[in-house]
Design a protein around this ligand. Sequence first.
Ligand code: PGA
Length: 434
Amino acid sequence: VITRVRARQILDGHGAPAVEVELHTNKAIHRASAAGSGALEGAAADAAGAAERRKILAKVVADSVRMINDKVSEALVGMDPQEQSQIDQAIMDLNKARHKAELGVGANAMLAVSIAACKAGAAEKEVPLYKHIANLVGKSATTLPVPAITVINGGKHAGNGLPIQEIMILPIGAKNFEEAMQMGSETYHHLKDVILEKYGSDSCNIGDHGGFAPNISSISEGLDLVIAAIERAGYNGRIKLAIDVAATDFCTGKKYDLEFKSTKKSGQNFKTADDMIEIYSQLCSEYPLVSIEQPFDKDDWEHSKKLTTLELCQVAGDDLLMSDPERIKRAVNEYTCNALVLKANQVGTVTEAIEVVKQAKDAHWGVMVSHRSGDTEDSFIADLAVGASAGQIKAGAPCRGECLTNYNQLLRIEGELGSEGVYAGENWRTVNTS
Ligand code: PGA
């Protein structure tokens, strides 16, 4: 049984305050943490500078730590950690009370408690975490996801001129996860050479997810660099491409400002949503581009649907869905996108994360389990991706501790599963869809 829950403030991958939880049972202590960035998403935080945001976050985290040590601990003591849904219900009830009393437990803090309980539940059952999650889902867990590995950063995640947030590589043609990571990291290192030769050594700095951030300004310039790296690595045809446009960040009114980071605007690069559809169609015909994440503003349901119905590639909803069951329901009904980007700290608890994965799978959608930028070193999403048979995981570049923690955990899981393990490969969008 749970004997005590304790929290403390730690630092996440952005060097910002985050919550770490230790959940004690009569047998062991289980530790979990979740990224702090989600708490920065309010309008007040958006308007603040970086140092000020850090202060706001420190206050949210301090309030959460107090709340966990006091009310959450009191509510969970005596519960069986295997009863994930009851534990999560207790956390949610407290959170509802919090909204009324304006006490502070951020979604990240709730998730950290829920994850710590999940780890304790697995230990209690004496099974690996991914197997315990699969039990909670009600399916078996043997599928290793295809990693969507970040290789170029742009958008708000880098200081270069590239408007879109990320270019990723998907080693779909690998025979297993280990080979996928090898192909990914070799390509990443070839990309460094390609960039170095073309733009010089000061272009090899890296952005928020560990991707390179050369000072390019167009999507095709970035994709050309990545294609050159794939060719040099000898993986032509076996690695596909994905982009995270994060278009909400450069939508101004009804237009998309492809020069939003430039101080000297040419005025030629304000695109309508229909222009953007043209651009995406062109890219899909010229490159092995198989997934586009958040191609329009978060509330542009109409154009996202228009693009999805063209069936050019996977259209993955990030801010469009916010991992929110109501928004997912609407998107399923209207066919606004065909894949879920699951950010567990937006949902709040493990139980709710599992529910939204089911919702997406029932709709025959793809599921991309995602980290947050500046995440902590907790590798829970790796186990979640296997346990929920997601088929896809997005955890940044093959460098930086907070990214590698997930990829390395997946290598361990594959080793543990042995011949039972299956790499999602070509089935990356359809694993366990009903
Ligand atoms: P975010 O980015 O955590 O800054 O929202 C994560 C992603 O979309 O890749």
